[in-house]
Design a protein around this ligand. Structure first.
Ligand code: PLP
Length: 404
């Protein structure tokens, strides 16, 4: 039986049409986009087309607002470092406690290497940002506020349009890590105050190792990879043409699949979530169910170890994830769930199911058929489950959200 892949926030399968669009650019159309001859011109045209496709997906006003990078991590790093370079007299960052390591690892490094102060704004038990604390953190020394559009672990959406305006009122630039949001929800940057936005192709059925940083026209910007004049001198290095073409194609396709994502994929996610809550019980949804990506469901199971759940699911061909891909592998509980104050009994039992347009109703029904047995076995061999105290989660058979 085919394995079922429910880990699309970690990465997605490149669409076959994306792969087909990329292939000629490894061989027949191998020119350097900067070369002033036919080989180069042809390729430069394909890069231009890809830039327009990403522009259209983001609703950006100009195609030159799109700078191709090596992915989400580079885009995030560039946005922060650029702001610190260009915002004279401003040396502080405002971000959140639940960002991806692509932000958190850099600001930690900047604290030790350059003494840069970062304010980490917290979230409530539903994962919602403390907007008042965000307002208080902004000040005359803030160079950049960087807040993710959608959380990779819980799918919770942050009100970035409003947060961008607040950052501008404080004279700061605003960046959003939209790596998980782009392709899953509609984005129209023309109508927002967002200065910079990061995206990554491999989260939207494109290839790995390619992404983009949107830089609004007029935004002060300092390149972080210096070299040749590529990308209007904002990112040196010969363009990764096959990958750029793949990102362009993925952007085109995702735009046409947006209704599917918001309708069919959401329906599948809800069917899976409701099925688990009803059939397995003693678990709860982590995140803001009112404002969440349509493809993501993070469910915390009381008195069980996430690693064991993942392992047992894997044995029957179901792939999901323990929090984020970057957090898994370490035994530390997820920083996102810690920031949300998820009860200690459920902290290690959270599983992220993330769907995509590749998933079918048959996938979800097979998962729902197989999970109950797995949980019966896991609970029978879990000392923590067998000796559990009567906590709110343990008492409820169908908690729809974590009782905190
Ligand atoms: C929210 C978020 N930001 C940034 C990244 C990093 O993107 P990339 O893998 O393209 O470097 C990821 C990938 O997991 C992510 O989920």
């Amino acid at each position: 039986m085919q394995p079922i892949y429910l880990d699309n926030n970690a990465t997605t399968r490149a669409d076959p049409a994306v792969v087909a669009a990329m292939l000629p650019f490894f061989s027949e159309q191998f020119g350097n986009a900067s070369s002033a001859h036919a080989f180069g011109n042809e390729v430069a045209g394909a890069v231009r087309q890809a830039r327009k496709s990403v522009q259209a997906l983001l609703g950006a006003a100009f195609d030159h607002e799109i700078v191709f990078t090596s992915g989400g991590t580079e885009s995030d790093n560039t946005a922060i470092l650029s702001s610190l370079d260009t915002q004279d007299g401003r040396d502080e960052i405002v971000t959140t406690a639940v960002e991806h390591p692509a932000i958190l690892a850099l600001v930690d490094h900047l604290a030790t290497s350059r003494g840069i102060k970062t304010h980490f704004v917290g979230v409530d038990s539903h994962g919602r940002l403390d907007v008042e604390a965000y307002q208080r953190a902004l000040g005359p020394r803030t160079a950049l506020a960087s807040v993710m559009w959608a959380n990779n672990e819980t799918g919770t959406l942050f009100p970035v349009e409003r947060l961008a305006e607040m950052a501008h009122d404080a004279g700061a630039q605003f960046h959003t890590d939209a790596v998980q949001a782009v392709g899953k929800i509609a984005v129209d940057l023309k109508t927002t105050a967002i200065d910079m936005l990061s995206l990554s192709a491999h989260k939207l059925h494109g290839p790995k190792g390619i992404g983009a940083l949107y830089v609004r026209k007029g935004t002060k910007f300092s390149p972080q990879i210096r070299g040749g004049p590529q990308e209007r001198r904002r990112r040196g290095g010969t363009e990764n043409v096959p990958a750029i073409v793949g990102l362009g194609k993925a952007a085109e396709l995702v735009a046409t699949h947006m209704d599917d994502e918001l309708g069919r994929v959401r329906g599948l996610r809800d069917r899976l979530e409701q099925g688990i809550l009803q059939q397995i019980g003693h678990c709860g949804v982590v995140g803001d169910v009112q404002s969440r990506l349509p493809n993501t469901s993070n469910i915390a199971f009381d008195h069980l170890e996430g690693e064991a759940i993942i392992h047992h699911m894997n044995r029957v061909g179901i792939a999901a994830s323990l929090g984020s891909a970057c957090a898994s592998g370490s035994m530390e509980p997820s920083h996102v769930l810690l920031a949300m104050n998820v009860p200690i009994t459920a902290l290690r039992g959270a599983i992220r199911f993330s769907l995509s347009r590749d998933n079918t109703l048959a996938d979800i029904d097979r998962v729902l058929q197989q999970l109950p047995d797995i949980f019966v076995k896991l609970r029978a061999s879990s000392p923590s489950w067998l000796t559990r105290a009567q906590t709110p989660l343990a008492n409820s058979s169908q908690s729809s959200e974590l009782a905190l």
